[in-house]
Design a protein around this ligand. Structure first.
Ligand SMILES: [Zn+2]
Length: 248
């Protein structure tokens, strides 16, 4: 199947999205914005054209709106089997997300995205190394994603470990990548892994440093960002409350 061929309407969309509207199909013709279209077609994966028409800001708005739905308990009624079927022949994700392996921070759920919407790299402490960088370069330069979202989170165990100089096998080297953020975080109180406020301050610094590291170390991504073709954005997920805070 040609990946550009429009996909057949999902039965879930037809049942819930359109028959539920008094305007029915005419509504679809009025939805000029890809974001609105994507939101209306909650269970339908992006076509290449839809994804390519989205600006990085529209992709960020899609993610922000998804997190609002998550926090409100009003997530889209996902038909994962339909999403699986629709994406089997091709994928056109709009974003690549670098986040922590923490079991409480699954990006796809927190942002209410569908199968096919986002590339996801998960590694303890959302650190970036050459392999992660290569993955992000693939996501944007080869596969067309418009946003890289680095997502740290509160009460991050990896950040605590970096602060407290934990040593454990290969984890020791990973935590070294977070330690520059410990040193760079200005904080007058107790600088230990037991101080939740300090841990979260370091996590925030680390996200900002990771965004800068991606720009600095990728000769592939930096020009895409400079040209406005992609945006590289930091964020913090708050375990309490469920908010994904997008950092400036
Ligand atoms: Zn973590």
């Amino acid at each position: 199947m040609n990946p550009n061929t429009p996909r057949a309407p999902d039965p879930c969309l037809t049942r819930r999205g359109l028959l539920g509207s008094a305007l029915g199909l005419s509504v679809m013709s009025l939805l000029g914005s890809p974001v609105l279209l994507a939101q209306a077609a909650a269970s339908v994966a992006f076509t290449k054209d839809q994804r390519d028409q989205m600006t990085p800001d529209e992709v960020l708005e899609m993610l922000r709106a998804g997190n609002e739905r998550f926090r409100a308990g009003k997530m889209h009624p996902h038909n994962y089997l339909a999403q699986k079927q629709q994406t089997a022949s091709g994928q056109y994700p709009a974003a690549a997300i670098l986040s922590c392996i923490d079991s409480r921070a699954p990006a796809e759920i927190l942002l209410d995205t569908r199968i096919g919407d986002t590339f996801n790299a998960r590694i303890a402490g959302n650190v970036v190394n050459d392999d992660v960088l290569g993955s992000l370069e693939f996501a944007c330069a080869a596969a067309g994603a418009r946003v890289i979202l680095v997502m740290g989170h509160t009460a991050c165990g990896a950040v605590k470990g970096a602060i407290d100089n934990v040593e454990l096998g290969h984890l020791t080297g990973l935590l070294e990548k977070i330690k520059p953020a410990v040193a760079a975080t200005t904080y007058s109180g107790e600088r230990s892994g037991k101080n939740a406020e300090f841990v979260d301050a370091v996590a925030r610094t680390h996200v900002q440093q990771t965004v800068e590291a991606i720009r600095k170390h990728s000769a592939v991504l930096a020009p895409l960002a400079e040209q406005g073709k992609i945006k590289i954005v930091g964020s913090m997920y708050h375990l309490r409350g469920g908010r994904v805070e997008f950092l400036a």
